[in-house]
Design a protein around this ligand. Structure first.
Ligand code: NAP
Length: 317
């Protein structure tokens, strides 16, 4: 057994999927569901996803050797503050947040000297939320980025690595800042664009909107899948990765303006050269084994490591 007692705070898509994977691969003696919602706790017990469930965060983490923060990134700091005096000696606290810098800043000050905070981010997800949406195979063949802090205990980093490897993930160790920049362009910007395009459609007159839905297969529908991702989770992602997203958005806006100018000036050479370059990126994505096979039921942030380890598909934040 990798852990005696694992307490997962926030038993939604990611938290409940992790519980399922831990159980499936026999990685813990005891799994505790900790969620502020009585309803979620009842569902977790009914679905036999945990041994115990508690709405009291302090009681829920009592005696746990691993505590996983699986709440929206904006809630991680408050949750860490609530559990700080209940953590046992040597406990590992980790998270699954889609943003790392803001989570580290919010959580680390609440981690007592006797415990260890090892931030992580599984790049796996769907547009669905809640404990029923989870499944044990979600992380199989997916990247999990671990962003240890400069003074992180190597043995504890190794434990978190073993946890995610045990779930079938492939590990990448990355610096917090780099994580936020890379995910800003690969995940956060595409979500922002999808939310905006689909938002534009919601403002169209009813008959035009009907036709947009009717002919959505011509490209629009892929954006609707991404734009169906959890509103609270994504609100928190943009508010907590502000700096990186604004920087990338600035560059994107400049490129969009250049496109606009090329179309207005009927500069076909510019457009063709740009579209040729983008084709090349697609080729590289395929060669890197990242093309995936995202099904219509799965959205957002799911990057896959290359090779034959690709199993689940979808998106993640
Ligand atoms: P989710 O399905 O909405 O689950 C979140 C759970 O946390 C819900 O049960 C929610 O309860 C609970 N919660 C919220 N605030 C809380 C608080 N202050 N105290 C205790 N519980 C609280 O969300 P998710 O998709 O699993 O996302 C969880 C985390 O995973 C986020 O940090 C996200 O960035 C990260 N992540 C998501 C994806 C993805 O694609 N979905 C991928 C990778 C990482 P209520 O229902 O009462 O609000």
């Amino acid at each position: 057994m990798l852990f005696q007692k694992v307490s997962i705070i926030g038993f939604g898509l990611i938290g409940s999927s992790l519980a399922r994977a831990i159980r499936k691969h026999g990685m813990a003696e005891e799994i505790v569901c900790v969620d502020r919602s009585v309803d979620v706790c009842k569902k977790a017990v009914k679905l036999k996803l945990c041994d115990k469930a508690d709405t009291d965060l302090r009681k829920g983490v009592d005696g746990a050797d691993l505590v996983v923060l699986a709440v929206p990134v904006g809630a991680c700091g408050t949750v860490a503050e609530q559990i700080r005096y209940s953590l046992k000696e040597g406990a590992i606290v980790t998270d699954v947040g889609s943003v790392k810098g803001a989570v580290v800043n919010a959580v680390q000050p609440h981690i007592p000297d006797k415990a260890h905070f090892i931030p992580a981010h599984p790049i796996a997800g769907t547009e669905h939320s809640g404990p029923e949406a989870g499944f044990a195979e979600l992380f199989e063949g997916r990247w999990c980025i671990i962003t240890p802090l400069p003074d992180s205990d190597i043995q504890k980093v190794e434990k978190v690595t073993q946890l995610w490897e045990g779930c079938g993930s492939v590990i990448e160790i990355m610096d917090v800042k780099r994580h936020d920049l890379v995910l800003g362009i690969t995940s956060h910007l595409p979500h922002l664009i999808a939310y905006t395009i689909v938002g534009t459609a919601t403002d169209l007159e009813e008959d035009t909107q009907d036709d947009v839905i009717k002919f959505s297969a011509s490209g629009f529908r892929d954006f609707t899948r991404i734009a169906a991702s959890d509103p609270v989770m994504w609100r928190d992602v943009f508010l907590n990765n502000r700096e990186a997203v604004l920087e990338i958005l600035q560059r994107f806006t400049e490129d969009l303006t250049a496109m606009q100018r090329a179309i207005r000036k009927e500069d076909g050479d510019y457009l063709q050269a740009m579209f040729t370059r983008t084709r090349d990126i697609r080729r590289k994505v395929i060669e890197a084994g990242q093309a995936g096979d995202a099904s219509p039921t799965q959205a957002s942030e799911a990057a896959q490591p290359s090779g034959d380890r690709q199993k689940a598909s979808g998106s993640a934040g």
